[in-house]
Design a protein around this ligand. Structure first.
Ligand code: VGL
Ligand code: ZN
Length: 198
C-alpha cells in the first residue's frame, strides 16, 4: 500500500524557546528526518494563524492562556499567540528537512475556528483538503509524527482513521503539551479510533 509520512507542526513556536513550547519538541527533528526516506510521500503540516486568531487568549479580554471558552463548535482551549502567519515562530524548525516535502499543508487560517487536525477544522466538518490529495495519489496508509501528541497529532490521527486510512503514530517521534490529562485522553481516543501506536 502506498504510504505517506505526515509530519505535524514541527515549527519554532512549538519547540523550546517558542511561544507555545512543547518540552523536548526539538529532540525529534533528527529522527523524523531519518524516517522520511522510508515513505512514498512526505507531507508537512504548518499551524498558520492570522494575528488575533480566536484561539489566542489575547483575543478574549479577561482570559489567560490555557483557559477555555465555548465557541459555536464546542469548547476551545485558549493558547498564547503562536504560529502567526509569516512570523519566525511559524517557520519550520531550522533542522527539519523540508526539501523532501511533497506537500505542505497550512491550517488554522480561518480567524473564527481553530484547526488541530490536518483533515478537518475543529468543527469536525470543514475539510482542509489533504484527503483529496492523498486519495488521488492512491495513498492508503499514513504514519504520523510531530507536535503536539495530544492536540494536532491526536486530532489528525483520529480523523484519518475515521476517513479509512491505516494510521500509525510513532510515539517516540512525538512530544506532548499534556494539559489536565490531555495526553492520556488522546491515547485513549486514538486507540478507540483504531490508530496503531508504534
Ligand atoms: C497545536 C495548540 C494550538 C498543535 C496547534 O500543533 O498541537 N496545539 N495549535
Ligand atoms: Zn495553533
Amino acid at each position: 500500500m502506498t504510504h505517506a509520512l505526515i509530519v505535524i507542526d514541527m515549527q519554532n513556536d512549538f519547540c523550546p524557546g517558542g511561544a507555545l513550547a512543547v518540552a523536548g519538541g526539538d529532540e525529534i527533528v533528527a529522527g523524523i528526518n531519518a524516517l522520511m526516506g522510508d515513505f512514498d510521500a512526505v507531507i508537512l503540516t504548518q499551524d498558520w494563524h492570522p494575528a488575533e486568531h480566536s484561539s489566542f487568549a489575547s483575543s478574549h479580554p479577561g482570559k489567560a492562556p490555557f483557559e477555555t471558552v465555548e465557541m459555536a463548535y464546542g469548547t476551545q482551549v485558549l493558547w498564547p499567540d503562536h504560529c502567526v502567519q509569516g512570523s519566525n515562530g511559524a517557520a519550520f524548525h531550522a533542522g527539519l528537512d523540508t526539501s523532501r516535502a511533497d506537500m505542505i499543508l497550512r491550517k488554522g487560517y480561518n480567524p473564527a475556528i481553530d484547526s488541530y487536525s490536518a483533515f478537518f477544522e475543529n468543527d469536525h466538518e470543514t475539510a482542509t483538503g489533504p484527503d483529496g490529495y492523498l486519495r488521488t495519489r492512491g495513498i492508503g496508509a499514513l504514519t504520523m509524527a510531530g507536535l503536539a501528541t495530544d492536540f494536532c497529532v491526536n486530532f489528525s490521527a483520529v480523523d484519518a482513521a475515521r476517513l479509512g486510512y491505516a494510521v500509525t503514530v510513532r510515539e517516540a517521534l512525538c512530544r506532548a503539551i499534556d494539559l489536565d490529562g490531555s495526553l492520556a485522553a488522546a491515547w485513549r481516543a486514538m486507540a478507540d479510533a483504531g490508530v496503531t501506536v508504534a
